[in-house]
Design a protein around this ligand. Structure first.
Ligand code: FAD
Length: 304
């Protein structure tokens, strides 16, 4: 119930505004955010990236945001990402950049997202930077894949995220294997209708293994983006994670022990970092998907 409530709060602008104006509730969300978000500025992101690089982890950096509603805001977000690309290079940071296409135009107009994506890919190419497109709700899947395929046909420094839990994704995977970009395999964060989605289950984990196997069969670069220890152990046991073009990627702050163990075992690892002001929705998602997070969050609320 609490998980669904959090997901509803995340999507409800009135509720979000109410919480942001509440002297009691907002600090509880801010406290939760500290666990999942690096900070509010680009400098915060770069600083955390440097500290993780120093510990031996390459990172992915995301300037957080999605569903940007105006063209002006999309241009601002795209420009922030261009600054980020420049800072990554000038500070010598080992980082990819991840983002939602709806942050830079998809919620306004698909052609705006394509235009911004094309510009970002060109700038990133000049700065030897790799871009990873995130995957959003299923209503956007076709548009996101269309844009990726167009840009990926021109630039070889762009990759895509695929949600294993969507029933359509196996067909999508087989098509994506014809494009050069890295494929980041995730279980999927969005609540979709049961007709199109497979719930968290053994079946989903088997499917995840199948996706990994199909990528490896054609030697395609992948990111194994999961915190599921059992699944990851199986992937390691089968020798899937040993290849040089396979990496294990986790969100910062979720399973630091597990990513550290994987690094110590000699696997390629990467940590995913976020910075920015628009953290509210992301934090609600991270709280909602894991029961202990919800208990902690409720305990914090009771103690306000
Ligand atoms: P689950 O089966 O959900 O969880 C397995 C175990 O991991 C849990 O038992 C728990 O121990 C731990 N765990 C999982 N989540 C949490 C949490 N929030 N707090 C504490 N422990 C937790 N999803 C998208 O839909 N689109 C994207 O573009 C996208 N990009 C991602 C990029 C990266 C690098 C990663 C790691 C995830 C991304 N996700 C994305 C999120 C993903 O889809 C899942 O929602 C998320 O990773 C949780 O699923 P899981 O594979 O870890 O396994």
């Amino acid at each position: 119930v609490a998980a669904n409530a959090l997901k509803r709060i995340a999507r409800n602008d009135g509720m979000k505004q109410y919480i942001q104006n509440s002297k009691d509730l907002y600090p509880v969300f801010q406290r939760a955010a500290k666990r999942f978000i690096t900070g509010e500025t680009r400098e915060d992101g770069i600083q955390r990236a440097r500290s993780l690089n120093d510990k031996g982890y390459p990172v992915s950096l995301e300037y957080i945001g999605e569903n940007t509603a105006t063209k002006e805001e999309c241009v601002k977000a795209k420009n922030e990402m261009i600054e980020l690309i420049g800072d990554i290079q000038s500070h010598g940071i080992d980082s990819k950049i991840s983002f939602d296409l709806s942050h830079i135009g998809l919620s306004v107009d698909e052609s705006l997202a394509l235009k911004h994506m094309d510009e970002l890919a060109g700038v990133a190419k000049q700065h030897v930077c790799y871009l990873m497109i995130s995957m959003e709700e299923s209503a956007k899947t076709n548009s996101i894949l269309n844009i990726y395929k167009q840009v990926s046909s021109i630039y070889n420094n762009v990759g895509i995220t695929l949600q294993v839990n969507l029933k359509r994704s196996l067909d999508d995977l087989r098509e994506l294997l014809h494009f050069p970009g890295k494929i980041r395999l995730v279980k999927g964060a969005y609540k979709e209708s049961p007709e199109i989605m497979i719930q968290r289950s053994e079946e989903l984990n088997h499917r995840y293994l199948q996706f990994v196997q199909e990528c490896l069969d054609v030697n395609h670069p992948i990111s194994i983006a999961t915190h599921d220890e059992k699944l990851l152990n199986e992937i390691k046991k089968r020798g899937y994670a040993q290849k040089s073009n396979v990496e294990i990627e986790m969100l910062d702050g979720i399973r630091p022990d597990l990513i550290n163990q994987s690094k110590e075992e000699g696997y390629n690892t990467r940590v995913y970092l976020l910075y920015g002001l628009e953290w509210f929705l992301y934090v609600c998602h991270r709280l909602a998907e894991n029961p202990p997070n919800i208990y902690q969050f409720i305990a914090d609320m009771v103690n306000v």
